[in-house]
Design a protein. Structure first.
Lengths: 66, 134
């Protein structure tokens, strides 16, 4: 699905959940119908994989599946 | 309509049909960046609750990224949607609506940022996060 096709789907009726791609630089908010096959999601993941940003949490945690 | 919870993550999407949110790396709130200014992309997951009478009406969620001086970063983002009750919905309960996906913006400096979430013009939640130098 192209970016334009995704954008044309707003506003969207009859939904129970949404996957979106948002960009404040352009103000664009688009709905992704299928994240698995979406070129938009693939592009985002590719950008994130090589942006050199370290993403972490300031909190702590533990697993309970013992 | 209200925000039940909201978090940043390394990945988030909804599974259409089952309406499940898949989230990887939830709780992300520190971004160490090689340089600024630079574009930053992260994922966002929201779980909304709404009354049954609010189903089948259009709602509007607005997202505003704010910089360390509390000034808006870029343009506010608007998501319009019309939730419908799931056949599996339990009558009398609040209904669920999930939103997951990517959000990108430009970071000009290190410091504390936030993503404000508004629902139909009322402030509903805030997600704070920090941008640090790598």
């Amino acid at each position: 699905m192209s970016s334009n096709e995704a954008q044309e789907k707003q506003p969207s009726a009859g939904r129970r959940a949404l996957t979106v791609v948002l960009d404040t630089d352009t103000g664009r908010a688009s709905i992704v119908e299928d994240p698995t096959t979406s070129p938009e999601i693939a592009k985002v993941l590719e950008e994130m994989s090589c942006d050199g940003v370290e993403r972490t949490s300031s909190g702590g945690g533990t697993s309970i599946n013992r | 309509m209200r925000v039940q919870w909201a978090t940043l993550a390394r990945y988030a999407e909804v599974e259409v049909g089952r309406e499940l949110l898949t989230i990887v790396g939830a709780g992300t709130d520190v971004f160490r960046m090689p340089s600024v200014p630079s574009r930053l992309t992260t994922y966002l997951a929201l779980q909304l609750r709404y009354r049954e009478v609010d189903a089948d009406h259009e709602h509007r969620a607005t997202l505003t990224v704010r910089d360390p001086d509390l000034q808006p970063v870029g343009r506010p983002l608007e998501i319009r949607f019309e939730p419908t009750l799931n056949p599996r919905h339990a009558v009398g309960w609040e209904a669920l609506f999930s939103i997951g996906g990517a959000i990108s913006f430009t970071v000009d400096a290190v410091g504390t940022y936030s993503i404000g979430i508004g629902l139909t013009d009322a402030h509903a939640a805030e997600i704070p996060f920090r941008v640090l130098a790598l």
